[in-house]
Design a protein around this ligand. Structure first.
Ligand code: NDP
Length: 386
């Protein structure tokens, strides 16, 4: 029987919700491009309910316990002698969400001799040391596509809110004011701007598609070029590398995974090649940008704004400089954890567990590491240190 250790974010401060703002979720037929939505044999939760917090348990308890497995759910992951560390010693499976990542470092993996499967209930498995997972024969899987569109919507929201100076203008209203000049002296139209994405995978391409009706000039860089018909349909300009693209852009959005090739990409040097007053939107991973370079660029005016929802570490400490730097539009890591997304990644997590427990193969598109190497989506989009 397996022990499944699930690390989730805390419940709302007022307690687990008894009611919700809406009664249902829209029914989706599939993902863009034809990938099917998660196909578990069943679910024990109500789509639209809070599943990603401790009491939501990703809807897994009944399913696992009916089959005789053990489920441990905790949010305590970073304290000394945390519950996560204690329970990890004999866990077979670890599940966590990128929003509240259970950092599976090489040291932790070495202290978990029974660990065979690490599931990311979401997308982005950089909180797992993939080299160590490969070395120890741990399978790593994530719920590919589950929240890609959720993030793409968030990126568009952040681009508009930064360029149009929405957040400070909203603050004027909250403060009882009406000073239009203060609001508009940093407010522009997106129309006509050059917008570029670092990576045009599921999120990056969805961002490009959503921005097309805004009559902007669209740019991208990616290791694999998009099909020619997509480039033509969206009138895309492709650049061989990030360095080649960013000098042309008024807005840059980062949609690549964090791996050795992308870590620290946006440092002082790269940012200095951007147009003065460019906006940088990063909902991918915080470590793709150098923390202090971002602060310096906002303070000097080299960047007009920075927005995103990804931090390092997570949760971000109260004195993290991105909380107080000028002209930012940061949120906690929420873009991929809407109630809509939660229903999909809870179902996908269940699908992966069902497959693994029944000795069936996990979908190729969900795999990051398997059989001692990068696999599936991992082989396509990630790299290792070695
Ligand atoms: P995909 O795997 O569909 O796309 C990732 C793309 O990044 C691929 O096209 C890949 O290129 C490209 N890429 C990888 N390395 C580079 C590089 N060095 N330069 C340029 N492009 C590169 O993933 P998604 O679009 O679904 O997600 C992307 C990332 O967004 C995730 O890895 C995760 O970190 C983050 N994310 C954030 C969320 C949030 O809540 N904020 C939620 C979900 C994801 P190719 O494969 O062509 O080589």
């Amino acid at each position: 029987m397996a022990k499944v250790l699930c690390v989730l974010y805390d419940d709302p401060v007022d307690g687990y919700p008894k009611t919700y703002a809406r009664d249902d979720l829209p029914a989706l037929d599939g993902y863009p491009g034809g990938q099917t939505l998660p196909t578990p044999k069943g679910v024990d939760f109500t789509p639209g309910h809070l599943l990603g917090s401790v009491s939501g348990e990703l809807g897994l308890r009944r399913f696992l316990e009916e089959r005789g497995h053990t489920l441990v759910v905790t949010s305590d992951k970073d304290t000394e002698d945390s519950e996560f560390d204690r329970e990890l010693a004999d866990a077979d499976v670890v599940i966590s969400q990128p929003f509240w990542p259970a950092y599976l470092t090489a040291e932790r993996i070495a202290r978990a001799p029974k660990l065979k499967l690490a599931i990311t209930a979401g997308i982005g498995s950089d909180h797992v040391d993939l080299d160590a997972a490969i070395e120890h024969g741990v399978t790593v899987a994530e719920v590919t596509y589950c929240n890609s569109i959720s993030v793409a919507e968030h990126v568009v929201m952040m681009i508009l809110s930064q360029v149009r100076n929405y957040l400070p203008s909203y603050q004027v209203v909250l403060d009882g004011g009406w000073n239009i000049a203060d609001c508009v002296s940093r407010s522009y139209d997106v129309e006509g701007m050059h917008v570029g994405t670092v990576a045009a995978g599921r999120i990056g391409l969805a961002v490009l598609r959503r921005l097309k009706p805004f009559d902007v000039h669209l740019h991208y860089t990616d290791r694999h070029r998009l099909p020619r018909e997509v480039e033509e349909e969206l009138n895309l300009t492709w650049h061989a590398g990030t360095q080649d693209m960013v000098p042309h852009c008024d807005v840059v959005t980062v949609n690549a995974p964090l791996h050795p090739e992308t870590e620290g990409l946006f440092d002082d040097k790269l940012i200095s090649t951007m147009k003065r007053g460019a906006y940088l939107i990063n909902t991918a991973r915080a470590k793709i940008a150098d923390r202090d370079s971002i602060v310096r660029a906002l303070e000097s005016g080299q960047l007009a704004g920075y927005a995103g929802d990804v931090w390092y570490p997570q949760p971000a400490p109260a004195d993290h400089p991105w909380r107080t730097m000028p002209h930012h539009g940061m949120t906690p890591h929420i873009s991929g954890s809407s109630l809509s997304a939660q229903a999909r990644y809870a179902a996908g997590t269940r699908e992966i567990l069902e497959n693994w427990l029944d000795g069936e193969s996990i979908r190729e598109e969900y795999l990051i590491v398997q059989g001692g190497g990068l696999a599936g989506t991992g082989a396509h989009s990630y790299s290792t240190r070695t």
